[in-house]
Design a binder for this molecule. Structure first.
Ligand code: FAD
Ligand code: NAI
Length: 465
């Protein structure tokens, strides 16, 4: 029986990145993946296909509504949805094959099939043809990711009631789409279909959107999305979904009053849960926490000495870059090095238009933790580049420590802020003060000057506002 030093179950961003790093460090490494392609949720049905559709639908909407404002006259653009989907699929295919190439280059063995623990040192893999093969491991890494959750008694069929996976593959534009949950998936996929012509109605249990985000940004985001035509039913509870010949009826309740919303498609986006199904964790005694996540210590070790876990299947934000960092860290720990993930500096981005990006603490968290802070804000409406690009919605907000001026959090809504947040992550990793950022020369005219101005605004000395 073949034995590996580092045997990963799951070929998503946590698993495949960890496997490549382990192989680079000289460990005999394999990665088991049941999907048929590498890249996990992220590449196959998550980050990448959603961003492809966000990009295409953004261009479509711009061509339809904004080109004429800047002197570009074109015939009314029409939508070729199957071509748009084909473009997305081609991008995904190229990237997943790219990981196979990286595996070969780094000498990672790719094992196709579904892995389940047989005992504390053996994994049994069942392939598509139902053939079984066992592998021994010195260390196994559980990187099996997460799957969508639904609400009680509402079944996801991926046609009428869809998760993000179905919402990425609709074969026609729904006349009306009801989105349940105003989080990352609901607002990104809701934006895609809104731009392509759907009427989109979002039902959210809370009285605000995107829980966990700085409230000032979240409130501004809500207003901008409403201006774009997305409709919101906040403080609204979903009681049930009934499918019918035309689509579905979503029954909701707000302040004790019940009502029905008819629609063609329902997107269920109320969160995701760790995926541990079929792994036999109970059989070998790997502990889960109260939320069903694999419990680990700070070095990603489970309660068993040679079994580790990373990514969406453990605690922390369900984000691809967080999973990747953990994959690298666990490979380094197991090679006698010092892996490190700084959970205070994990950026979050929502890729709508405008984008929303944040890192570090929100104002609400600082208040709750009784940390005194200063605020510097700068609107994109006062940034020359945003202004000439007609992208003046949004702002940059920097929170720094009242006494030391160290940057504690940065929250932005505006054009391309998903790319700009990298600068803020670097600044925070280096322990920058807002003064450091304010004294750093930023190229003109760039959107990033809004960051410098927000840093100046911490000390009430912004120049252009
Ligand atoms: P996964 O990517 O879920 O990979 C786990 C893999 O394990 C899967 O391929 C699965 O098939 C395999 N597997 C499971 N069990 C077994 C088994 N027993 N044997 C063999 N293989 C198994 N995050 C971002 O940072 N940015 C984004 O823009 C973003 N967009 C997203 C959009 C959508 C629509 C969704 C759904 C998610 C998005 N995410 C995004 C989240 C991101 O996809 C996840 O955080 C990330 O994929 C987690 O990586 P992972 O390696 O932990 O698990
Ligand atoms: P989410 O946690 O982001 O949002 C879920 C929303 O549903 C919340 O606003 C919540 O209050 C609401 N909700 C929960 N129960 C409800 C109910 N019964 N009725 C109405 N609303 C309800 O979850 P989502 O959008 O499903 O995404 C899952 C995860 O995937 C995200 O948390 C994120 O980690 C990841 N993701 C990341 C993306 C990115 O980085 N750009 C994009 C898409 C997903």
């Amino acid at each position: 029986m073949e034995e590996f030093d580092f045997l990963v179950i799951g070929g998503g961003p946590g698993g495949y990145v960890g496997a490549i790093r382990a192989a680079q460090l000289g460990l005999k490494t394999a990665c088991i993946e049941s999907r048929g392609t590498l890249g996990g949720t992220c590449l196959n049905v998550g980050c990448i296909p959603s961003k492809a559709l966000l990009h295409s639908s953004h261009l479509y909407k711009k061509a339809k509504t904004e080109f004429k404002n800047i002197g570009i006259n074109i015939n009314e653009p029409s939508l070729d949805l199957s071509k748009m989907m084909g473009h997305k699929a081609k991008g995904v295919e190229g990237l997943t094959k790219g990981i196979e190439f990286l595996f070969k280059k780094n000498k990672v063995t790719y094992i196709k099939g579904f892995g389940a623990f047989k005992d504390k040192n053996t994994i049994s893999v069942t392939d598509d043809a139902n053939n079984k093969k066992d592998y021994k491991f010195k260390n196994a890494i559980i990187a099996t990711g997460s799957v969508p959750v639904s609400l009680p008694n509402i079944e996801i069929d991926e046609k009428i009631v869809v998760s993000s996976t179905g919402a990425l593959n609709l074969n026609s534009v729904p006349k009306k789409l009801v989105v349940i949950g105003a989080g990352y998936i609901g607002l990104e996929m809701g934006s895609v279909w809104l731009r392509l012509g759907s009427e989109v109605q979002v039902v959210e249990y809370l009285d605000y959107i995107t829980p966990g985000m700085d409230r000032e940004v979240s409130d501004a985001f809500l207003k901008i999305l409403q201006k774009q035509g997305m409709q919101f039913n906040l403080s609204t509870k979903v009681i049930g979904v009934t499918k019918n010949k035309k689509g579905a009826t979503v029954s909701v309740e707000k302040n004790g009053t019940k009502s029905d919303i008819d629609c063609d498609v329902v997107l269920m986006s109320v969160g995701r849960k760790p995926n541990t199904a079929g792994l036999n964790l109970d059989k070998i005694g790997v502990k889960l926490d109260s939320k069903g996540r694999v419990e680990t210590n700070h070095q990603y070790k489970t309660n068993l000495d040679n079994i580790y876990a990373i990514g969406d299947v453990i605690a922390g934000p369900m984000l691809a870059h967080k999973a990747e960092e953990e994959g690298i860290a666990v490979a380094e720990f197991l090679s006698g090095k010092y892996g490190h993930v700084n959970y205070d500096v994990i950026p979050g981005v929502i890729y709508t238009a405008p984008e929303v990006a944040s890192v570090g603490k929100t104002e609400e968290q600082l208040k709750e933790q009784k940390i005194s802070y200063k605020v510097g804000k700068f609107p994109f409406a006062a940034n020359a580049r945003a202004k000439v690009n007609d992208e003046g919605d949004g702002f940059v907000k920097i929170l720094s420590d009242e006494k030391t001026d160290r940057v504690l959090g940065v929250h932005m809504i505006g054009p391309d802020v998903g790319n700009m947040i990298g600068e803020m992550c670097l600044a925070m990793e280096f322990g920058a003060s807002s003064e450091d950022i304010a004294r750093t020369c930023h190229a003109h005219p760039t959107l990033a000057e809004a960051i410098k101005e927000a840093a100046l605004a911490v000390d009430k000395r912004a120049i252009h506002f």
